[in-house]
Design a binder for this molecule. Structure first.
Ligand code: GDD
Ligand code: MG
Length: 346
């Protein structure tokens, strides 16, 4: 069995964070995001993993090559132009023909794939899709399934009337196990969507298509800034467990500064006297000057928070400058190299 991670989207909803950093490698607790997915695959000994790329492929490859030993054989395949999720699978997974676990490249989960693989085999399924319950399915693929787990309906980004008609709150969690027969439903070289074309086609052909519900395990799509920040909070408050957090980086924290036990600091951070870092993640080389406060926030590498500045519930990308006494308000998301002048309220 091999792994395929669909990592070719533009990450538009995560802008401005994804202007210079493609979504698959945005840092999550100071690690490129895809490393979490590779780890989940590795746990079930899937070490032959293809990354299906389209947008900024060289950057993604560069970041992963620098990440050290990934514990897996990772292949990079770049589409000549975006082929859609299904077309990308046909392009990247046709040779050799083998059962493939496909991941959307922006979902964070600690789900145990062993159980899903067992479920797929027990049902002799041609396709198995992971589902998770959510409060508002309208932003996702709504999936209705029967008591035996058979998929009954797949509605991508359902309209209000469809939401009313289908009595389900389970959505496509973006993890599929596909037999090679699914490749035959997708014409070579053409743009196809799993969600709009391939899944409806599998249903129309009445092929064995099953839904595996992950309701106890953690699941989140990190594709918006709010969700990206929430994913960090989930790590820090213990809602998401099972991944190692590197808390051993060497930083220069003044004795009179406060860094609470939940916060994570990257290598070479400098925290000056009376500064406070609470429930936050700082990337490598971040400076927090005297009496500044960073709380419930994520700050990427080499950004500087000046004296008396306050940052709360915010995401600040790389090499930003927050001036003296500036206030960065909750919900703010700053792209790389943003500069907030002294005394400003952003
Ligand atoms: N290689 C490649 N080529 N990858 C692509 C392409 C493409 O043309 N288009 C999208 N992708 C990748 C994206 O990078 C992302 O990792 C994944 O496919 C899904 O695309 P998104 O743009 O994030 O879709 P979504 O979040 O609106 O919806 C999808 O995910 C939901 C769960 O998070 C759908 O699969 C929904 O059904 C699902 O509920
Ligand atoms: Mg998404």
């Amino acid at each position: 069995m091999k792994g395929l991670i669909l990592a070719g989207g533009k990450g538009t909803r995560l802008r401005p964070l994804t202007v210079f950093t493609p979504k698959p490698v945005v840092p999550v607790i100071n690690k490129p995001f895809l490393l979490y997915q590779i780890e989940v695959l590795r746990r079930v000994r899937i070490t032959d993993i293809t990354l299906s790329l389209s947008y900024q492929p060289d950057k993604i490859e560069g970041v992963l090559n620098e990440a050290g030993d990934l514990g897996a054989k990772v292949h990079f395949i770049t589409e000549p132009n975006p082929m859609g999720t299904g077309g990308a699978y046909r392009f990247a997974a046709a040779d050799p023909r083998e059962t493939t676990i496909v991941f959307n490249g922006d979902i964070l989960t600690n789900c145990d794939l062993k159980k899903m693989i067992g479920f797929h085999k027990a049902n002799k399924a041609e396709a198995t899709i992971a589902l998770t319950p959510v409060e508002d399915p309208s932003r996702y693929g709504l999936v209705a399934s029967g008591p035996s787990g058979a998929v009954l309906e797949f509605l991508e980004k359902p309209k209000p009337e469809e939401l009313q008609r289908v009595a389900a709150n389970t959505i496509n969690a973006g993890i599929y196990i596909l037999e090679p027969s699914i490749l035959d439903l997708i014409p070579e070289g053409e743009n196809r969507s799993f969600e709009y074309n391939v899944f409806p086609d599998i249903l129309a052909r009445k092929m064995p298509f099953f839904a595996y519900v992950i309701d106890k395990e953690y699941w989140r799509d990190i594709g918006t800034p709010e969700s990206y920040l929430s994913a960090h909070m989930d790590f820090l408050n213990g809602t998401l467990t099972g991944f190692d957090i590197d808390r051993d980086a060497r930083s220069d924290v003044a004795t009179a500064a406060t860094v609470d036990r939940l916060s994570v600091l990257g290598e070479g951070c400098v925290i000056k006297p009376s500064a406070r870092v609470l429930n936050s993640v700082l990337g490598p080389g971040v400076h927090v000057e005297e009496k500044a406060v960073v709380e419930d926030s994520v700050v990427w590498s080499h950004s500087r928070i000046s004296n008396f500045a306050e940052v709360r519930d915010a995401v600040i990308a790389r090499s930003c400058y927050i001036g003296r006494n500036a206030v960065v308000r909750p919900g703010t998301v700053l792209g790389d190299k943003a500069s907030i002048p002294d005394y400003s309220k952003a």
